[in-house]
Design a protein around this ligand. Structure first.
Ligand SMILES: Nc1nc2c(c(=O)[nH]1)N[C@H]1C(S)=C(S)[C@@H](COP(=O)(O)OP(=O)(O)OC[C@H]3O[C@@H](n4cnc5c(=O)[nH]c(N)nc54)[C@H](O)[C@@H]3O)O[C@H]1N2
Ligand SMILES: Nc1nc2c(c(=O)[nH]1)N[C@H]1C(S)=C(S)[C@@H](COP(=O)(O)OP(=O)(O)OC[C@H]3O[C@@H](n4cnc5c(=O)[nH]c(N)nc54)[C@H](O)[C@@H]3O)O[C@H]1N2
Ligand code: SF4
Ligand SMILES: [Mo]
Length: 886
């Protein structure tokens, strides 16, 4: 192996290329690959911190049967035996797989092949159902295939970029930086952001439309009409290459008769809507990027088609600098769509309902019992498990106990499932329910391919040996398949799987299916190892891949014409009521990834948001009596959470935002999945994560506190807790409904139980309800606990820094007990720049005292924002706030 390994980031769908190298001190240095076309050397905070997530903590290392370690042979036998017993007794539809966009293509392909071709059920669905399903369905309705037409370069060539339902700055940061740079180079490039919240992405917006949740279809219907009114219909394109324009326009006119009506329905200023329409009308080179604000609603598929309609009417598709662009979430969300791991697809973009496709795949696989009808989609699947209709489930690489809607129902289903297998690389909230637990290789150990948002297939390469007994997912699945008696799973390597898959993509294709990588079917093992990144299709005619699709105006529908869809806007599922008067919107924060199994290990990534929170508008704070910084209880018909309140002007009045990341490992009661309405889009089956009716109220327990400690502990004495990894310590936020009889005794029992003579420095004020205690060993801080009657407690970040001191000074000890930094000691404040660990207070100080008034000047002085740039919008915000204060 050469010293530098080229790989791909395991987080978002941008699919950045990485260079991995041992740094000589036992750690790994991870840099952006300057030659990878997706990122050209750049990385975001999450990619940059990958080295902090490679340790063994939290990993699954051995197979387990009913909580007992077991060897692979026995574990695989048990899985195969229980699956075959259940299939025998109840038929193939009594078993299911629930898989994930975090699997490699090779893993995904084998799992899908086993279920659909050999077990003979289509009960395999993926967490992409929660993510991309509406885009898939929208693409298939419009293009006849699930194909993203454009590529990243289109963003650099566009003159107008519309970002709708996407917080690109935080969720696809490297692509966002490419847009920022394009805008710097060409200031007349305009950016419009459509999002109920004013997100970090709005930093570069020339126009922000804070539309009412769920009203995108109306906005784009209005745009469709306006394009026609202004004579922007591309007649040649529409006549030669599309069908259904008239019906789509007629329907749009019914529901969006005028801009005034659109503005009213969307809750927007009419002038702002006018500006958006004018820019779109006047700019042929337009890219519309969309993500979960579009997909994750009960009318997601219609929203997707409302957007595509506008591009079809103007012929803005398949051309440099223009097109609709659905951006993918997970590193291999796209790969999962290609292998067909959604319950209603087959493989290699073939359709389960198409008899010719079934016949073709059946022959290619020599499948004894190819599934003939669609299986259960994710939400429905877990309902069927709870009803006992599905009796055996195998979960791979996803954490449904947290990430599915109505998560309490999901947990009931997991508990009740007769036989549950979980293969994962780490412990998560789902692994605890498993009858059989199988350890999978993690990123760095696993090896194979992934496909990013622009159809680019890249290699993830291993640079670490597998941890203990962990195995590749494709191996685990193939071993079970063989034990079930199926031929066709004798794979010796991932390379064999990939070439089979490439061969299937080209099998009897003849241009009838977009997804064709048949030019790769003859790759040698060495070619596969060295495979450079390529955008599919990769065919004999297009050996170097295909950056842009549909340039010839020929689509994959039977008529080869793209279809307009008439879109009748529908309101989100749950109506607001007196009891649940607010809209709950959920999504992502800058530095955490999903359910935190990996990013939660990184101190660098945990300093940005150390606690789960709810964002609400100041008007709602007043209306519901919530003070900024206190705890709040948010309730829906399905459950409740307790989280910290952040009061923000950027939030739309009447709506709340809670991040999806916190789970049982990191907080007592913050898993937002338990609140979410399980309603789904009728076409795609995608759930509505962006709109659940909820109520909010203050949560005011008897005491509040925080604990900084070098060891992880159980805090069952608190009714509220959350925790975050900081440098060399754990940071707990706490609150309780019952006072400890003696805090002094509690800290000794819980934190220093084996040290009879542990010296604690303490400060009490029983009347005021305050306690401060710290344990110092050889001048180093080991633990400190602060308790008070309300949430107004000393700043934490400064105390966290004191843990790094080799020897505390006397002054530092005194200020510790006093609870505030003394003269000359600095509180860096909340982490703003995760890459260089620069705190908010340092930045504010540089603005105030050194008069640094630009992001560039701050970057030069403090390094903040000079690596990934994800914090630049926050730095601008701090500058604006300081200027306003002066
Ligand atoms: N940091 C980070 N990055 C990630 C991930 C992560 O966990 N952390 N996960 C990855 C994955 S799997 C995915 S799918 C992507 C998701 O990437 P995004 O879709 O960009 O992320 P979200 O925060 O889920 O939602 C995007 C925005 O939709 C807005 N929205 C809500 N309702 C509406 C609406 O009705 N209309 C419109 N127009 N907008 C609305 C929300 O306010 C939110 O700002 O991110 C990927 N990247
Ligand atoms: N409220 C709310 N909920 C949401 C969303 C939202 O916006 N709001 N978004 C939804 C979306 S878009 C998504 S994509 C989902 C994501 O939700 P999940 O898929 O549940 O989230 P992760 O935390 O990424 O879980 C991935 C698991 O796979 C494991 N893993 C990683 N790599 C491998 C591997 O190679 N093999 C195996 N076997 N295991 C591996 C990790 O250890 C981890 O436990 O959440 C959805 N849920
Ligand atoms: S943008 Fe960040 S998270 Fe996404 S692939 Fe690139 S480095 Fe990874
Ligand atoms: Mo996703």
């Amino acid at each position: 192996m050469s010293d530098v390994v080229k790989s791909t980031c395991p987080y978002c769908g941008v699919g950045c290329g990485l260079l991995v190298e041992a740094d000589g001190s036992g750690n790994w240095s991870i840099r952006g690959d300057p030659e990878h076309p997706a990122n050209l050397g750049r990385l975001c905070s999450k990619g940059t911190a990958l080295g902090e997530t490679l340790d063994a903590e939290g990993r699954l290392t051995q197979p387990m049967i009913h909580g007992q370690s077991a060897d692979w042979d026995r574990s695989l036998d048990v899985v195969a035996q229980r699956f075959s017993e259940i299939i025998e007794a109840h038929g193939p539809d009594a078993v299911a797989f629930y898989v994930s966009g975090q699997l490699l293509t090779e893993d995904y392909y084998v799992a899908n092949k086993l279920m659909k071709g050999f077990i003979g059920s289509a009960n395999i669905d993926t967490n992409s159902r929660l993510c991309m399903a509406s885009s898939v369905a929208g693409h298939k309705r419009a293009f006849g295939a699930d194909t993203v037409p454009g590529c990243y370069e289109d963003f650099e060539e566009a003159e107008l970029i519309v970002l709708t339902g996407s917080n690109t700055a935080w969720c696809h940061p490297v692509l966002y930086r490419r847009i920022v740079r394009a805008k710097e180079a060409r200031p007349d490039l305009r950016v419009v952001v459509i999002d109920p919240r004013e997100t970090a992405t709005c930093d570069i917006a020339d126009l922000h439309l804070p539309l009412r949740s769920g009203t995108d279809s109306t906005l784009f219907n209005g745009l469709l009409c306006r394009l026609q009114d202004q004579g922007r219909v591309d007649r040649t394109f529409v006549e030669a290459h599309t069908e259904g324009a008239d019906e789509a326009l007629q329907t749009a006119r019914c529901y969006a008769p005028s801009t005034a009506v659109v503005a009213e329905l969307c809750g927007l200023e009419q002038a702002a809507v006018e500006t958006f329409y004018r820019w779109f009308v006047d700019t042929p080179k337009t890219v519309t990027l969309y993500s979960q604000g579009i997909n994750q609603t009960s009318s997601g598929t219609d929203k997707v088609n409302a957007i595509i309609n506008c591009h079809l009417l103007t012929g803005r598709i398949g051309k440099p600098g223009s097109g609709p662009f659905s951006i993918t979430g997970q590193p291999n969300a796209m790969g999962g769509r290609e292998v067909g791991a959604l319950a209603n697809q087959l493989a290699c973009h073939m359709n389960l309902e198409d008899a010719a496709h079934r016949d073709l795949v059946g022959r290619f696989w020599q499948a004894p019992s190819l599934a003939s009808r669609a299986g259960r989609k994710a939400v429905d699947l877990f309902r069927a498990i709870e009803r006992g209709e599905i009796k055996a489930l195998w979960v791979m690489a996803t954490n449904p106990a947290v990430s599915l809607p109505d998560a309490s129902q999901v947990r009931r289903a997991l508990r009740q499932c007769e036989f549950l297998v979980v293969s994962d690389s780490s412990h998560n909230d789902t692994t605890g329910y498993a009858n059989v637990l199988l350890p999978a290789l993690a990123w760095g150990e696993k090896d194979g391919t992934v496909t990013n948002s622009e159809r680019r297939i890249s290699r993830q390469r291993s640079f670490l040996p597998g941890l203990e007994a962990a195995r590749p997912d494709w191996w685990i699945v193939s071993q079970v398949a063989r034990r079930l008696g199926h031929a066709g799973f004798d794979y010796a390597s991932n390379h064999e799987i990939f070439t089979e898959y490439a061969a299937l993509s080209g099998f009897e294709n003849g241009g009838s299916r977009d997804f064709d990588i048949s030019a790769l079917e003859g790759l040698s093992a060495r070619d596969y190892d060295e495979l450079p990144s390529l955008q599919w299709p990769v065919t004999a005619q297009q050996r170097q891949g295909t950056p842009r699709m549909y340039s010839d105006g020929r689509f994959q529908t039977p008529t080869r014409r793209a279809r307009f869809l008439p879109v009748t806007p529908r309101p989100p599922g749950g109506p607001l009521t007196e009891r649940y008067p607010l809209v709950l919107n959920t999504g992502r924060t800058r530095d955490q990834w999903h359910t935190m199994t990996r990013t939660g290990k990184s101190p660098r990534l945990s300093g940005h948001d150390t606690e789960p929170f709810v964002e609400l508008h100041p008007q709602d704070a007043v209306r519901f009596g919530i003070e900024a910084g206190e705890l709040a209880r948010v309730r829906s018909r399905w459950g409740e959470v307790v989280v910290r309140a952040k009061v923000l002007e950027q939030q739309l009045p009447g709506s709340l935002f809670i991040p999806m990341h916190w789970n049982d490992q990191f907080a007592a009661c913050a898993g937002v999945g338990c609140l979410i309405n399980p309603i789904v889009d009728p076409v795609s089956g995608q759930p509505e994560f962006k709109h659940t009716p909820v109520a909010i109220e203050p949560y005011r327990p008897l005491w509040h506190g925080f604990l900084l400690t070098r060891q992880a502990i159980t805090v069952d004495w608190a009714s509220y807790w959350s925790r975050a990894r900081r440098d060399g310590l754990w940071h707990y936020e706490l609150a309780g409904e019952q006072q400890a009889e003696s805090w002094s005794e509690l800290v000794r029992q819980r934190l220093t139980p084996n040290l009879a003579d542990a010296q604690w420095a303490e400060m009490f004020d029983s009347a005021g309800g305050h306690y401060r205690g710290m344990h110092i060993v050889e001048d180093r801080l080991q633990h400190c606990l602060f308790i008070g009657p309300d949430h107004r407690l000393p700043k934490r970040d400064w105390l966290v820094q004191l843990f790094a001191r080799e020897a505390l000074t006397r002054q530092e000890r005194q200020s510790l007990l006093a609870g505030s930094p003394g003269r000359g000691q600095e509180d860096a404040g909340r982490t703003i720049c995760a890459c260089f660990g620069v705190g908010e207070n340092h930045i504010v100080k540089a603005i105030r005292e050194r008069g640094l008034m630009t992001k560039e000047a701050i970057g030069e002085a403090l390094q903040a924002g000079t690596n990934c740039g994800s914090c630049l919008s926050e730095i601008s915000q701090l500058i604006i706030e300081q200027v306003a204060q002066e």
